[in-house]
Ligand binder design. Structure first.
Ligand code: SF4
Length: 449
């Protein structure tokens, strides 16, 4: 079941994958670099038997892309075995790591997840649940976690709830996942979102929920809706597909233009382009065709692969675009190099006008909470106006969705909607203070260290 769930979540990370299982007395582990389908087969799955398991697919935000940083991270310590799967980024991991290393702790990886493991192991509490809670009280940043021991599993979401985490049920078993698309595949029922700051403990005594952390305003990651999550998933209480369509509708209202067709940059732009088309009446076309055997360029760790990836991934044809006035829908613009290449390709195939429309505001600030946006030096909107970017991309016009438009779309037009999202990569309004009261410039240097 975990193997199938990882298949459904493959879009969240393609560098490495792993599963740790337990039969109640022994822990079994399989972790490798590569895709879920390459790593697991009948034989390798037989090596990880048991009645409970956790799994992980990784793309690196903190820590390099190597096997020692693959997850779940598993250790044996004085209280037994413990495995952990972590989605997110801790903002104070380096500080705690330095402190622990000064006291003699030895780290096996460069991931901030290992800091959590050390804090759990060093805790003076007796029960695993209490050790986990006391360890997590020291960390800051984003974490959706699954922790597995021989006899219990613990799911935790950080107090702001940056990254998604959902609870499901499959007959007499429980399931926890980043997104509901994994439940659909294994035919588990969706029960509810695990709340920001919630700890759910699964053991032979049943399932219990706790809220042990200081309460703060929830700040769910809005970029999960814009780009990261799968459109068929339900996260943060709404289906991603419907939110993306609403983003497209808002974009059409804010910056519609006379055109012959609207085309998405697949796959993430498809739902928004449908919404744009429905609101504007401009016909939807698949003007760009994606090669599905190439991964998502945004989450490849190396610059060289990212640039090469655009041509590998997308193509267009004369018959569809020649002589046409085209609205191109993308979810975000990071460096603008991808958009520029796509526009060049469309012009080479004879497109007459290209109006580039983005379903998010300009990405001007880096993310420290688990999405691999680069520092401001590489974010084109940090240092260039929309007109400058339009000129660089060679589009006829370029428009972004406004922050207010984005909020309206997320709220689905409801007057009672409470906006509880992080939008720091667009607004610079970071929900957490940086360690030692650092300013943004210092924090950017600090995370690169
Ligand atoms: Fe999401 Fe942006 Fe906030 Fe990061 S900074 S958690 S990508 S909204």
């Amino acid at each position: 079941m975990v193997y199938l769930g990882l298949h459904a979540l493959q879009h969240r990370g393609q560098e490495s994958a792993g599963i740790v299982s337990t039969d109640g007395t022994t822990t079994y582990m399989r972790r490798e670099m590569g895709l879920v389908s390459d790593i697991f087969n009948e034989e390798t799955l037989r090596e990880i038997p048991g009645y409970a398991a956790i799994g992980h697919v990784r793309y690196s935000t903190a820590g390099s892309s190597t096997i020692k940083n693959a997850q779940p991270f598993a250790v044996e310590y004085s209280k037994g075995s413990l495995a952990i799967a972590h989605n997110g980024n801790l903002t104070n991991a380096k500080i705690i790591r330095d402190e622990l290393q000064n006291y003699g702790s030895i780290f096996q990886s460069t991931m901030d997840t290992e800091v959590i493991v050390h804090l759990i192991a060093l805790s003076h509490e007796n029960l695993t649940l209490d050790r986990v809670i006391s360890g997590l009280k020291r960390v800051e940043g984003s974490y959706s976690l699954l922790i597995l021991t021989d006899r219990e599993m613990i799911a935790v979401r950080d107090p702001h709830g940056f990254r998604p985490l959902v609870l499901g049920r499959l007959r007499d078993a429980f399931a926890v996942s980043s997104e509901t698309c994994a439940f659909d595949l294994i035919e588990a029922d969706y029960l509810r979102e695990i709340e920001p700051g919630e700890v759910v403990h699964f053991s032979e005594n049943g399932v219990r929920s706790y809220f042990p952390f200081k309460k703060v305003e929830p700040r769910r990651c809005i970029f999960e809706y814009i780009y990261f999550a799968r459109p068929d998933s339900r996260i943060f209480g709404r289906t991603v597909y419907h939110v993306r369509k609403a983003l497209g509708r808002e974009l059409a209202r804010e910056s519609g233009v006379d055109a012959d067709m609207v085309i998405p940059i697949p796959d993430s732009g498809i739902s928004a382009a449908i919404g744009y088309s429905q609101a504007s009446g401009v016909p939807f076309e698949m003007g760009l065709i994606r090669n599905h055997y190439v991964g998502r360029t945004f989450i490849e760790p190396k610059e060289s692969i990212r640039h090469f990836g655009v041509k590998l991934k997308l193509n267009t044809d004369h018959e569809t675009v020649k002589g046409k006035r085209i609205v191109v829908i993308d979810d975000s613009v990071v460096r603008a190099t991808t958009g520029r290449k796509i526009i060049t390709m469309l012009r080479q195939r004879g497109a007459k006008e290209i109006h580039f429309r983005v379903t998010s505001p300009p990405t001007r600030f880096p993310c420290f909470y688990g999405i691999d946006t680069p520092s401001r030096a590489e974010l084109i909107a940090s240092s260039h106006t929309v007109d400058d970017i339009n000129e660089y991309m060679t589009s006829d016009t370029l428009r972004y969705l406004s922050i207010d438009g984005m909020k309206r779309a997320i709220g689905n037009g409801s007057d009672t909607f409470q906006y509880s999202f992080c939008d720091a990569c667009f607004s610079g309004d970071y929900p957490t203070r940086f360690p030692w009261g650092m300013e943004l410039e210092q924090m950017e240097l600090f995370v690169k260290r």
